[in-house]
Write a protein of this length. Structure first.
Length: 186
């Protein structure tokens, strides 16, 4: 299986591997992937949700009830909901973001793809994502699974990370580099 080549480690890697193996066994990879993308978007949009999953102030029971409500709201399938329940029971909800990334890496390796994390100042259109995917495929020689997110502080441009390679063409970084260069001139 190609997923054995994915580099996942630590607690998030172990949980992601367990979820991945269960999803393969239940033939639910696409469903779990969709659920995790929904959950990731919910985490990115809600500071309250991020605080809820990372705070030790909530009891195990409160986190279990909260996760059940979030599962209903996000319409996640039973396998994903049970997995989230295991995280809550084991007091590991704070590892959910890392687990989602590790699962995406396992899935990309399973599909023969490489993962690319793309951060932009504004949400990229489908056309822009397709064009970027083609360019990255030409550069890497493999299909590319893009995990796109928005960081408005970039002002413009992109940050693209594929494996250990990072290309930062954001306006924020260019302005910071210009400021550093100007300090050297004075």
């Amino acid at each position: 299986m190609a997923s054995q080549q994915a580099n996942v480690s630590g607690i998030t890697g172990r949980y992601a591997r367990a979820l991945f193996d269960l999803a393969v066994e239940k033939k639910a990879l696409d469903t779990v992937e969709s659920d995790l993308k929904t959950l990731s978007a919910m985490l990115e949009e809600s500071a309250d949700l991020r605080a809820f999953v990372s705070s030790p102030l909530y009891s195990r029971d409160e986190q279990l009830k909260g996760i059940a409500a979030i599962g209903k709201l996000g319409k996640v399938n039973d396998l994903t909901l049970k997995f989230l329940g295991v995280l809550a029971t084991n007091r590991r909800l704070s590892a959910i973001a890392g687990t989602i990334k590790a699962f995406a890496a396992l899935l990309a390796a399973h599909r023969g793809e490489v993962s690319a994390e793309v951060v932009s100042a504004r949400a990229l259109t489908k056309k822009q994502l397709d064009a970027l995917s083609k360019k990255l495929k030409a550069a890497t020689g493999q299909d590319v699974a893009i995990d796109a997110r928005v960081d408005e502080s970039l002002l413009g441009g992109l940050k693209v990370q594929v494996g250990s390679r990072m290309v930062d063409s954001s306006l924020k970084t260019k302005l910071q580099n210009l400021a550093i260069a100007m300090k050297g001139v004075q």
